[in-house]
Design a protein around this ligand. Structure first.
Ligand code: NAG
Ligand code: NAG
Length: 410
């Protein structure tokens, strides 16, 4: 399948079937490489990169909602016609452009003998996309999947087309092959593909995610994956939970609508003001920002003296806060407050005014729910439980002593 759209992989392949995990290993730990910071070389905010990321993610949600309706025959409870029909005015911007450097990525092996890829681990979508041999646009330096070199590759004899918010389309072929999570560090180079980790309801192919298939043979209590997205030891754990990665209890919230990892959030409060209450929240490792409704986000910034609308300087939905002393905010789930420190709210300073910093809480029109992205998630241990269909948060443990003690790097 050929196509020729700028900025997108010209052929994407979906690997809809995954097998074998080594049964003897019940926890696989995958080191992650941190995403970029949306800053220009001089350290000021890169408005275009921020807008591009936001647009890609919102288009991703449109795709997820559309897939949900197709798969289940009913509209997604959080989708609205306005949200679904919203047009994004950034030509050439691709929701699936996997070359972006703003995601958490790690390594996987695909096929027999194994071909190595780096993928973005995305709980906000459910399909695996890799660049194929026909990819010529933006594929330099990226690994391309070659099914003819894999003994275990199966042609599903299905093609697919994905249409983007700007009216362009991409297409590719569907294959299945064996996939193994690799326990080595991804290189600094950008990701080759995207691995969705959501439920089949939002899969474009009504397909279970790779991680769900991999965990199928496990007992229900071990059908879990969990993220530490902190700067020092970012890591994805698949399988039985490693208790050294968090401290104290895990607070769990049931998934309310299978599709996205959607749960109920009790409230968001900042500087003594409650700005949102009893709202659906989608837990999304593939989104950097924390995104809420226009109204909630306006209330959020109203509680921060000196904050300003930055739709002119950065883009629609963005605000700035004074760079000095950014306030902490609380996100309460399951009756427990989890704090997002001010440093996580504060982005890079504006090029035009170094006292104003981009805020990492962003507003989206026609959206009645919150998307909880990495700026929040990087402060907690997050657990995605496929067996019990729930999301859990816990306090991150301090791993710095472990690091000093072991000689793995030697
Ligand atoms: C966040 O919650 C903690 C613990 O309940 C509390 O001490 C703190 O004052 C809260 N902060 C905000 C900004 O609401
Ligand atoms: C909280 O709000 C009060 C009243 O507007 C203000 O004086 C104070 O600076 C705010 N604190 C933060 C951390 O923004």
């Amino acid at each position: 399948m050929q196509l020729s759209i700028a900025f997108v992989f010209s052929s994407l392949l979906i690997l809809a079937v995954a097998s074998p995990v080594e049964r003897s290993v019940d926890t696989v730990r995958i080191p992650l490489t941190k995403r970029g910071d949306f800053t220009a070389e001089d350290g000021t905010v890169d408005p275009q990169a921020l807008r591009a990321h936001l647009t890609r993610r919102l288009v991703n949600y449109q795709h997820g909602f559309a897939a949900f309706e197709q798969n289940t025959g009913k509209p997604h409870p959080l989708s609205t016609p306005e949200l679904l029909s919203k047009r994004f005015a950034m030509p050439g911007l691709m929701a699936l452009q996997p070359v972006e450097d703003y995601m958490w990525r790690g390594a996987i092996h695909v096929g027999t003998p194994p071909q190595n890829f780096q993928v973005d681990f995305d709980t906000g979508s459910s399909d695996l996309f890799l660049p194929g041999q026909a990819c010529t646009t933006n594929c330099d330096g990226h690994s391309k999947y070659d099914p003819t070199k894999s003994n275990s590759a199966k042609d599903l004899h299905k093609t697919y087309t994905v249409s983007y918010g700007d009216g362009t389309e991409a297409s590719g072929e569907q294959w299945s092959d064996n996939i193994i999570f690799a326990g080595y560090q991804a290189s600094q180079f950008g990701a080759d593909g995207i691995m969705g980790m959501g439920f089949p309801e939002i899969s474009r192919f009504s397909s279970e995610s790779v991680v769900s298939k991999l965990l199928q043979p496990f007992a229900s209590g071990s059908r879990i994956f969990a993220f530490r997205l902190d700067n020092d030891n970012p890591e994805l754990t698949v399988g039985r939970m490693d208790k050294s990665l968090y401290e104290g209890d895990i607070t769990y919230m049931p998934v309310t609508d299978e599709g996205f990892w959607q749960i109920n959030m009790d409230s968001i409060s900042i500087n003594g003001t409650t700005v949102a209450q009893k709202t659906p929240a989608i837990i999304d490792t593939g989104t950097t920002a924390v995104i809420g409704s226009t109204q909630d986000v306006a209330a959020f910034y109203a509680a921060i003296p000196g904050s300003k609308d930055a739709s002119e300087e950065i883009g629609g939905g963005y605000y700035t806060i004074p760079c000095a002393n950014p306030p902490a905010s609380n996100f309460t789930f399951g009756g427990r407050a989890f704090t997002m420190p001010g440093e996580s709210l504060r982005g890079a300073p504006l090029g035009s005014d170094a006292t104003r910093c981009a805020g990492n809480v962003v507003a989206s029109d026609h959206q009645s729910f919150w998307i909880i992205g990495d700026r929040f998630l990087s402060n907690v241990f997050s657990v995605f439980d496929l067996g019990a269909k729930r999301v859990g948060f816990a306090t991150l443990s301090d791993l710095s002593t472990d690091e000093d003690d072991d000689d793995e790097s030697a």
